[in-house]
Unconditional design. Structure first.
Ligand code: HEC
Ligand code: HEC
Ligand code: HEC
Length: 149
C-alpha cells in the first residue's frame, strides 16, 4: 500500500474508534429502548405533576356553576378558565389553596386582541393606543362574557 494511503487509513481508523468511544459515553443507556429517543423520558414525563384541572372542574360540586354557565355561552367559551387564571389543579383538589389572581393587565388581553396584520380580519381586535383610555380591559368588559354575544 502507498505510504500516504496508509496514513489516511490510520487516521480514518482513529476517527472511527474515537467516535465509537465518545458515543458510548455520551448516549444515555435507555436511548433506543422504544424508538429514536431516551426510553427514560417516558417515565420522567409521566411523573410530572398534573397542574391543569380543565374548565369543567370549575363547575363541578357547585363551586363556580353560575360563572361557568355564563362563560360557556359566551364568545370566550373557547378560552379556558386556566388560560387567564393559570393552572388550577392544586386549588381544585384543595379549595383552601387559592389560585393566583387572573392576569388582568391590558397586555394580557392584548396577547389575543391587539391589532396584528397577521390575524384574520374578522377576529375582534383593537388598537391599544386609541382603545379603552388606557384603563384595565375588565373595567369595561366582563372577561367571562365579553360583549356582543
Ligand atoms: C379571558 C380571561 C378569563 C377567562 C377565560 C376566565 N376568567 Fe375568571 N377572571 C378573569 C379576570 C380578569 C378576573 C378579575 C375580574 C375583575 O378584575 O373585574 C376574573 C375573576 C374571576 C373570579 C373572581 C371574581 C368573580 O367574578 O367572582 C372567579 C371566581 C373566576 N374569575 C372564575 C373563572 C372561571 C371558573 C372561569 C371559566 C369558566 C373563568 N374565570 C374564565 C379572567 C378570566
Ligand atoms: C387566548 C386568547 C384570548 C384572550 C387572552 C382573551 N380573549 Fe377575548 N376573545 C378571544 C376569542 C377566541 C374570542 C371570540 C372571537 C370570535 O368569536 O370570533 C374573544 C372575544 C372577545 C370579545 C368579543 C368581541 C365581540 O366583537 O363580540 C371581547 C370584547 C373580548 N374578547 C375581550 C377580552 C378581554 C377584556 C380579555 C382580557 C380579560 C380577553 N378578551 C382575553 C380570545 C381571547
Ligand atoms: C373605557 C371602556 C373600555 C375599555 C377600558 C376597553 N374597552 Fe374594549 N370596547 C369598549 C367599547 C365601548 C367597545 C365597542 C365599540 C368599539 O368597538 O369601540 C369595545 C369593543 C371591543 C372589542 C370588539 C372590537 C371589534 O371590532 O369587534 C374588543 C376585542 C375589545 N373591546 C377588547 C378590549 C381590550 C383587549 C381592552 C384592554 C386592552 C379593552 N377592550 C378595553 C370599551 C372599552
Amino acid at each position: 500500500m502507498q505510504p500516504h494511503l496508509k496514513k489516511a487509513f490510520t487516521l480514518l481508523a482513529i476517527i472511527i474508534i474515537a467516535f465509537i468511544f465518545v458515543r458510548s459515553i455520551a448516549v444515555p443507556d435507555s436511548f433506543g429502548e422504544y424508538g429514536w429517543y431516551r426510553g427514560d423520558s417516558v417515565n420522567e414525563l409521566r411523573n410530572q405533576p398534573v397542574e391543569h384541572a380543565g374548565s369543567q372542574a370549575c363547575s363541578d360540586v357547585d363551586c363556580h356553576k353560575t360563572l361557568y354557565s355564563i362563560w360557556s355561552e359566551s364568545r370566550h367559551k373557547t378560552v379556558n378558565c386556566e388560560t387567564c387564571h393559570g393552572p388550577a389543579e392544586k386549588h381544585v383538589s384543595n379549595v383552601r389553596i387559592m389560585p393566583e389572581p387572573a392576569n388582568d393587565s391590558r397586555d394580557f388581553c392584548g396577547l389575543c386582541h391587539y391589532k396584528r396584520v397577521a390575524r384574520p380580519g374578522e377576529f375582534p381586535q383593537i388598537d391599544p393606543v386609541t382603545h379603552g383610555e388606557n384603563l384595565r380591559c375588565a373595567y369595561c368588559h366582563n372577561p367571562h362574557k365579553p360583549w356582543f354575544v
